[in-house]
Design a protein around this ligand. Structure first.
Ligand SMILES: NC(=O)c1ccc[n+]([C@@H]2O[C@H](COP(=O)([O-])OP(=O)(O)OC[C@H]3O[C@@H](n4cnc5c(N)ncnc54)[C@H](O)[C@@H]3O)[C@@H](O)[C@H]2O)c1
Length: 274
């Protein structure tokens, strides 16, 4: 237990699973009271129940303006205000290429990943103004930085989150509202799995295996890796940072692995065995 977020109220979307859930747990451990928001009531209730008294569950679809307003009002009613907003909910999965991606698939990705983040700013900022400032964090992705074939809509939505973050940061800095985003690399979560049963250990194992081969640090990221970055951005330790896209990806975007294929003698110069 720590005190880095003592007395703060955080609203976290997509907190019923994956990195949102890990962040809700960590924020509560650091003294925050947390509104655990998810589209699926059971996921939100399960996560909030596990955290205990400092958490409360709320069911909302982040692509709905009505739901997002109700979500912030619920946090204010239950906890007395809002200091930290983590716009984390997002969806991914197969889309088809730029020519073949169905319009409804593209629209659904944009509605959740980009419109959802903007709605979290639009309806969350008045609450942070009332609190005299605060921190907004959003989940972008390495897909917003690098072009990943087969998921062009997802890449577009995450590039949009980075641009939205930078533009909004300038608007609200003078009011003490800091706005940053995190760009995760491959993290073992339920992304792309809409089934409502328990998490699938075989799926997780396959993801970890693939990530360990493709990631310079030779492992998959876990929810806690992103939660630790979110904690830094939520806390006063990052008080001189706004408008930033923080990459947490095990080296994916920094190290171009094609160089290893091109120049085998450069492969693993440090003697790593993976
Ligand atoms: N897992 C990765 O490798 C990875 C990498 C980069 C970015 N991301 C991003 O991380 C964020 C969190 O995803 P995750 O990987 O933890 O996946 P996850 O599926 O485990 O968790 C996402 C949660 O968001 C919820 N959600 C989805 N749509 C919603 C909506 N419209 N309204 C409210 N809640 C909704 C889901 O029910 C789920 O519980 C997403 O924005 C995702 O795009 C994931």
């Amino acid at each position: 237990m720590g005190d880095r977020l003592d007395g703060k109220v955080a609203v976290i979307t997509g907190a019923g699973s994956g990195m949102g859930r890990a962040t809700a747990e960590l924020f509560a451990e650091e003294g925050a009271r947390v509104l655990v928001v998810d589209r699926w009531a059971e996921r939100a209730e399960d996560a909030a129940g596990e955290i205990g008294d400092s958490a409360s569950a709320f069911t909302a679809d982040v692509s709905s303006g009505e739901d997002v307003q109700a979500m912030f009002n619920a946090a204010a009613d239950r906890f007395g205000g809002v200091d930290i907003i983590y716009n984390n909910a997002g969806i991914g999965g197969p889309e088809g290429n730029a020519r073949d991606c169905p319009e409804d698939v593209f629209d659904r990705i944009m509605a959740t990943n980009l419109r959802g983040v903007w709605l979290g700013m639009k309806y969350g900022i008045p609450h942070l103004e009332r609190a005299g400032g605060g921190s907004i964090i959003s989940t972008a992705s390495v897909a917003g930085i690098s072009g990943l074939s087969g998921i062009v809509g997802y890449c577009g939505s995450k590039g949009g989150v980075i641009a939205l973050t930078r533009a909004a940061a300038g608007e609200w800095a003078a009011k003490g509202i800091r706005i940053n985003c995190i760009c995760p690399g491959p993290i073992t979560t339920r992304i792309g799995d809409d089934s409502q049963g328990p998490p699938d250990p075989e799926r997780d194992a396959a993801w970890r295996e693939r990530a360990s081969v493709s990631t310079p640090l030779a492992r998959s990221g876990e929810g806690i890796d992103i939660a630790e970055a979110a904690l830094f951005l939520a806390s006063d330790e990052s008080s001189f940072m706004t408008g930033q896209a923080i990459v947490v990806d095990g080296g994916w975007t920094a190290v171009d692995r094609r160089w290893y294929d091109f120049s085998p003698t450069a492969y693993n110069p440090a003697g790593a065995t993976s």
